[in-house]
Design a protein around this ligand. Structure first.
Ligand code: SAH
Ligand code: SF4
Length: 374
């Protein structure tokens, strides 16, 4: 099979080009064609020598997974299901807002971490996505949205940084299917293309990685590619958090917060975002809001409350709106910036935690494999 150029960071592409006997600046040209212009046809890369174009056509390809499904919500949200082979599919969601366009990107087929409130987790785990499969979500989304904008649909185009072609996606959140820190190398490579000035030119503030708290990988992210960090907390104490999120049995809250504090030294913002799902009657009481405020008083933080998004047989419910507001007010009174995440793409099951994709050959969840637990 021909080499897929979506699998390469710029340094890796440069090495690969040198193997073809080509100069580094040729790699840069091709990289810009692919990521900045969304081009996949080597013949259209008009500033390359004809001989190089012919060579590339023989040995290389820009190959994105096929779109199995594209759903457009009444509120402008778009969800794609991508075919990642042998019956597996992963989902990607675009959320347009007034001042930005955010793409929610998947990192794995399913997830091994088995959080009961998460539709992806319920599906089990099949495999990690490749660099190309992660990047293709952004590459395809930009292309499709540009086509839709041409057809007159209300997708605005904006340049992520100066001198770049305006594109619909200005922000990326690694909050789709999977635990990004469990597919570390591929996620870091893909995000580095998102940040590369010759790639998508997104600033580190515009790329957010969300983790359920795979603690040992947080310092590694700090070292390799310190993008904005969001942490899924969901409970103010270990007992409840371990019930909701098995990963907490391996990495309890204090260890997680210590890793977050250390991350702040390199983070692109001076706070960590904590996500907190509100599950009716489980973690949404006044006392739990107070306990959360106390817990987070030791770390510069912002709290993003996510009213639970239902899916069939989840066994959980969404609190009534006044409960959500009460929870937020307690945090605000305690001095926190606390926001309530708007549910987008409700009508197409594109909200947080509803991404199910298609996961086959699933394996049993193996949460505690990272570390021996006494
Ligand atoms: N695995 C990573 C990133 C993907 S999940 C993580 O857990 O952080 C992205 C966010 O959606 C997480 O905060 C997750 O807890 C939340 N989420 C999962 N299921 C949800 C649901 N049913 N309703 C609302 N949010 C949910
Ligand atoms: Fe995995 Fe995140 Fe879902 Fe938990 S919430 S199962 S870590 S994707």
């Amino acid at each position: 099979m021909r080499t897929n150029l979506l699998d390469f960071t710029l340094p890796a592409l440069t090495d690969w080009f040198s193997g073809l006997g080509e100069k580094p600046f040729r790699a840069k040209q091709v990289f810009r064609w692919v990521h900045q212009r969304g081009e996949s046809d080597f013949d259209a890369m008009t500033d390359l020598a004809k001989s190089l174009r012919e060579k590339l056509k023989e040995v290389a390809q820009v190959r994105a997974p096929a779109i199995l499904n594209e759903h457009r919500s009444a509120d402008g949200t778009v969800k794609w299901l991508f075919d990642v082979g042998v019956g597996n599919g992963v989902e990607t969601v675009f959320i347009p807002e007034d001042d930005r366009g955010t793409l929610c990107v998947s990192s794995q087929v399913g997830c091994a971490l088995d959080c009961g409130f998460c539709s992806t987790g319920r599906q089990g785990f099949n495999r990690d996505l490749t660099v190309a499969e992660i990047l293709a979500q952004l590459w395809v989304a930009n292309r499709r949205l540009m086509e839709m904008a041409k057809e007159g649909l209300p997708y605005r185009l904006e340049a992520a940084s100066e001198g770049l072609t305006p594109k619909p996606v200005t922000n990326v959140v690694m909050m789709g299917m999977g635990e990004p820190l469990n597919n570390f190398e591929n996620v870091v490579a893909a995000m580095s293309v998102m940040l590369d000035d010759h790639g998508y030119g997104l600033s580190r503030r515009r790329v957010t990685l969300s983790t359920s708290g795979v603690v040992p990988m947080i310092p590694k992210l700090a070292e390799r590619l310190p993008v904005a960090l969001a942490v899924s907390l969901h409970a103010p104490d270990d007992e409840l958090r371990s019930k909701l999120m098995p990963v907490n049995r391996a990495y309890p809250i204090e260890e997680l917060l210590a890793a977050c504090r250390a991350y702040l030294a390199v983070a692109p913002r001076d706070f960590i975002t904590f996500e907190y799902i509100l599950l009716a009657g489980v973690n949404d009481s006044v006392n739990q809001a107070r306990a959360l405020a106390k817990l987070l008083s030791t770390i510069p933080s912002k709290v993003n409350l996510i009213p639970f998004n239902p899916f069939p047989d989840s066994g959980y419910g969404r609190p009534a709106q006044e409960g959500v507001l009460r929870f937020r007010d307690i945090l605000v009174e305690a001095g926190f910036v606390a926001t309530i995440r708007k549910t987008r793409g409700d009508d197409i099951d594109a909200a947080c935690g509803q991404l199910a994709g298609q996961v086959v050959n699933r394996m049993k969840p193996k949460v505690i494999e990272f570390r021996e637990v006494a």
